[in-house]
Write a protein that binds this ligand. Sequence first.
Ligand SMILES: Cc1ncc(COP(=O)(O)O)c(C=O)c1O
Length: 455
Amino acid sequence: MTVLDTNPSDAFVNDRKHVFHSWSAQGALNPAVITRAEGSHFWTEDGTKYLDFSSQLVNVNIGHQHPKLVAAIKEYADKLCTIAPYHANDARSEAARLIVEAAGQGIAESQLDMVFFTNGGAEATENAVRMARLHTGRNKVLNHYRSYHGGTNGAITLTGDPRRWPSEPGMPGVVKFWGPYAYRSAFHSSSEAEEGQRALQHLDDVLMVEGAHTVAAIIIETVVGTNGILVPPPGYLAGIRERCDRHGIVMICDEVMSGFGRCGEWFAFQKWGVQPDLVCFAKGSNSGYLPLGGVVISRAIADTFKDKPFPGGLTYSGHPLACASAVASINIFKEEGIIEHARSLGSDVIAPGLAKLQANHPSVGEVRGLGVFWAIELVKDRATHEPLVPFNAAGADAAPMGELAAACKARGVWPFTHFNRVHVVPPCNTSAELVEEGLAVLDDVLTLADAHYTG
Ligand SMILES: Cc1ncc(COP(=O)(O)O)c(C=O)c1O
């Protein structure tokens, strides 16, 4: 017996009839039917092959259908598919040990040593905030406008981008501030260094008027993902750490997108040698082969819940099969040097490749990123930085980005686009040759963006 003996064309028909999709007006959808995937490629029902320059939702860090990861899942499924979270289990224990070990890489005397497992990223940010509030006895949470932290009630309130608007007012006690973004500075700065300093000064002002003693946590994406691939200027993370220490605030790094190789590190905060109190992870921890996320917890915060219960839980917290896939994935990362590969793809292939695109195309206003986590920011005018399409554009306003995405797909590259940006985010183990192939396609299609250039 096979799992599915339906006709592939039923997939589309039944999808349109019965599958209610995320973030979408259901009537307008025309999803591609995916039948196969391997490495950095996937195939649609009609046999069209795509180079995955999106890693789906920037989560398939290890590539599609990694044979050793698939084999590990099959092997563990034969052993134990599920068990309640209150039991101990070898896959869960080993996943926690390996994730704690990964979180401590390069950090002297890491304080991060326990893991609360969730099903994904939103539950990780929800529970991190819950821990911070109970640990400090305070309520307020500060975070960046340019951010995404998940789709559940608390996580969408934390989210800075427009996906929050329909769910407002959401969870009480969340206050937003501007993070550093030198290309579109909220602080009129003229350099990265100045941007970092002014962003911290702004945070000081926000802490002053909010009352730093009322703030439980500052939660940031270490490197902002969907909202722009915003790499923090030198000193910014250390500045957040210092303010958290000074005011007794919990520092939460949301590494759901930036973690597990994406930035050429196990976790992005390691690049700056700064250690948060709580770390949210999901996506790249097992590349989404099974749903998994969690919070890495410092000893001090874990101790808060030594004698008093932590008031949160999930039926699938530490799901054995998902945890077994994380164990296998982390070990494959080590065996295959995927972190190092991601780092060198960034410095040796993507950075120079994008610099060339910027030289070739007036519409490329800025390129930025690290590891396998890059953005091409498209503009109508390099002098004014007017974006190719307006903030949160939809319909006809967004057409230039729609054209660009369609042209990529027509040339066999599946892009990740957001607002006026194309993100270059293939799997972390994509070969240099394939990345160059994808960049050549971008070079070709960016002429479409240049046609809208008015500068
Ligand atoms: C930084 C960040 N945090 C949280 C989430 C939410 O994760 P999930 O969709 O697994 O709930 C995402 C998802 O894109 C994310 O990028």
